[in-house]
Structures are given as C-alpha cells and as structure tokens.
Design a protein around this ligand. Structure first.
Ligand SMILES: Cc1cc2nc3c(=O)[nH]c(=O)nc-3n(C[C@H](O)[C@H](O)[C@H](O)COP(=O)(O)O)c2cc1C
Length: 180
C-alpha cells in the first residue's frame, strides 16, 4: 500500500500547545482504541490499559499532578488538547515473559494510537512529563503498584501544521552484520 508507506514517511506529531478542538468523537475514539490494542503482545497478556480523559477530568488530573509535584504551572497541562488518553503499562509476573516485553508492548500501543490518530487527520502527541512518574497520578488513573504510565497521548485538531524536525542519519544508526 503505497499510501500507507507515504503516510509513515511523512507523519509528524503536533505539539500539544498547537492543538484545539475538536478531538475524536465517540465512534472515532473507539476505532482508535481498537487499533491501539492491536499490537504485538507476547503471551496475549494485554499488558496495557487506556484511560480516556475529556472535559473536567483533564483539570482534575492536572490539579492532582500539580499538587504531587508542588508545581502549579502544570495544572492546566492536560487541557491543552480536547482529549488525552493515558496509556498504562500493566506488567505482571510471568514465568517466561520478561517484564520489559510487556512495557514494550505498551509502547507499541502508544505508537499505534498516535499513528492511527494522525492517519485520521487529528493532531496527536505522545508525552510523559514529570507527572507520569508520580504515584498520585497513576492512582488517579486506576493504576496499581507495578503499573507504569507509558504515555499521555494528546488528541485534537492542529491549529497550525507542524514543521519537519531533524531525523537521525540512517548511516549513524544502522549497521549491517555483526560487530567485530
Ligand atoms: C515515551 C515518550 C515520552 C515523551 N515525553 C515528552 C515530554 O514529556 N515532553 C516533550 O516535549 N516531548 C516528549 N516526547 C517527544 C514528543 O512525543 C515529540 O513530540 C516527538 O518526539 C515528535 O516526534 P514525531 O514528529 O516523530 O512524532 C516523548 C516521546 C516519547 C516516546
């Protein structure tokens, strides 16, 4: 599919501060979350959860984050976009599958959600920020001990098109064959 390849070659994230309404409607969001859950997942453990934040929940979570970090400047962070999806990595003990693989699967879920939203024409950005590492924030999202916030995926409409950003030179990051 040439179109898919061209999309992937050119897709870009839009900064949360350059987002405006609308975000995805209920049907679009359901489609996006279904795509987010369609990721490689060793052992079919589904080690991720999605928490959709719209309306007042964004300000409520911002207040929790600001209190946890003692930093009022982040209170309005989640209100930059009309819709924010918190992606939780929920690894569990498994005799064969390492925890890191479950975290990687949650990262894949973040990327699928980001990419699908951008393919639908939405502005999207994957952010964490210091609040993602606060227990109070994880708890407010329904996370349990051992869970991690893989990302907040901000979803909205671009208020301006993103400019391209520098990408690594392939020669710097690709090697063919084994190292000596
Ligand atoms: C796990 C993760 C966390 C991130 N957290 C932040 C963040 O807190 N603040 C920030 O400015 N960018 C953060 N970024 C980077 C943004 O997503 C940035 O917009 C992205 O690099 C743009 O890339 P793209 O245009 O290729 O999608 C994060 C990226 C990842 C993968």
């Amino acid at each position: 599919m040439v179109e898919t390849i061209e999309f992937l070659q050119h897709r870009r994230s839009v900064l949360a501060r350059n987002m405006t309404a609308p975000g995805p409607d209920a049907a679009q969001l359901r489609a996006l979350l279904g795509i987010a859950a369609r990721v490689p997942d060793h052992g079919k453990l589904a080690p991720w959860r999605f928490v959709v934040l719209e309306g007042d929940d964004r300000a409520k979570l911002g207040a929790i984050a600001a209190a946890a970090l003692d930093d009022d400047s982040i209170a309005a962070h989640y209100e930059r976009a009309p819709c924010v999806v918190a992606v939780l990595a929920c690894p569990r003990e498994h005799p064969k599958i390492p925890r890191s693989e479950m975290i990687l699967s949650a990262g894949a879920a973040c990327m699928n959600l980001l990419t699908a939203a951008q393919a639908m024409g939405f502005a999207a950005q994957w952010l964490t920020g210091a609040a993602a590492y606060e227990d109070a924030v994880l708890k407010a999202l329904g996370g349990e001990a051992g869970d991690e916030i893989a990302g907040f995926i901000y979803l909205g409409t671009p208020s301006e098109p993103p400019s391209e950003r520098a990408r690594p030179e392939l020669d710097d990051i690709v090697r063919f064959g084994l190292s000596e």
